[in-house]
Ligand binder design. Structure first.
Ligand code: NAP
Length: 221
């Protein structure tokens, strides 16, 4: 299957491309500058402000590992461009700092979250903006919300949850596994699960194993 990967040269993006290739898919690397991405079957250099080109490149399946930063609204720009694409399956990698209805984050996060937002505020604000755009989008989206990312080896046991992350970190390699899994998990459409390193003794989980007691986010699935 052809899958466009936005931010394909980033640390997680490269692992997503490799994971897609490992599973026999055909990843198309999308970047803003010409770079080599191992495992990609094609490459496109795009400006996210060019919505028509972004939509054409996304096709029917896309994963975003873009990061926003000060003065850089990459994540909300992509959501804005791809939101109207009804036939698109889209998975975006965001962060646990994004708030969604139904969250029951533990008290340190509730307490330190606003402090974090002041420090890296624009980045989190842009992810929150992205989430708001997606909840109204036609595209079949899933937003993954990982906590702290590490460069450790893959456990291949990322665990999804809907009210709070099950642990405080996840390896980028496991996040890549979860992003590709999510692309093919119908149960995650229009939902924004947390994804974190699994607790000891727990099996890797998709929507089927996740807490279904909580209402899905956004419009009906
Ligand atoms: N670090 C953490 O602990 C943490 C925790 C939770 C969630 N996250 C989120 O997880 C995601 C992946 O993180 P990461 O550390 O793997 O990311 P990363 O290595 O920083 O890669 C970010 C990617 O976004 C691209 N990008 C940024 N602005 C762009 C723009 N305006 N147009 C096109 N491309 C743009 C970068 O391209 P260039 O190489 O050209 O700049 C790069 O490919 C990010 O969304 C991050 O915010 C991170």
């Amino acid at each position: 299957m052809h899958v466009a990967v936005f931010g394909a040269n980033g640390r997680t993006g490269r692992l997503i491309v490799a994971e897609l290739a490992r599973r026999g898919h055909a990843p198309l690397a999308i970047t803003r500058r010409p770079v080599e991405v191992a495992g990609a079957v094609g490459h496109r250099v795009l400006d996210l402000a060019d919505s028509a080109a972004v939509r054409a490149a996304a096709g029917s399946a896309a994963i975003s590992a873009l990061a926003s930063s000060r003065g850089n609204r990459a994540c909300s720009a992509l959501a804005q461009a791809l939101g109207p694409c009804a036939g698109l399956r889209l998975v975006t990698v965001a962060g646990a700092a994004v708030d969604a209805p139904g969250d029951r984050k533990p008290w340190p996060e509730r307490r330190f979250g606003p402090m974090l937002a002041r420090l890296v505020g624009e980045m989190i604000l842009d992810r929150q903006r992205e989430f708001a755009i997606l909840t109204l989008a036609e595209a079949q989206w899933t937003m993954l919300r990982p906590p702290r990312l590490t460069n450790g080896g893959a456990t291949r046991r990322p665990e999804l949850s809907f009210d709070r992350p099950v642990s405080s970190r996840i390896a980028r390699a496991d996040l890549a596994v979860a992003a590709v899994d999510a692309l093919f998990d119908e149960g995650l459409v229009r939902r924004a699960p947390f994804v974190a390193e699994a607790r000891a003794g727990r099996r890797r989980s998709g929507a089927a194993n996740a807490d279904k007691a909580l209402a899905p986010t956004g419009r009906s699935r």
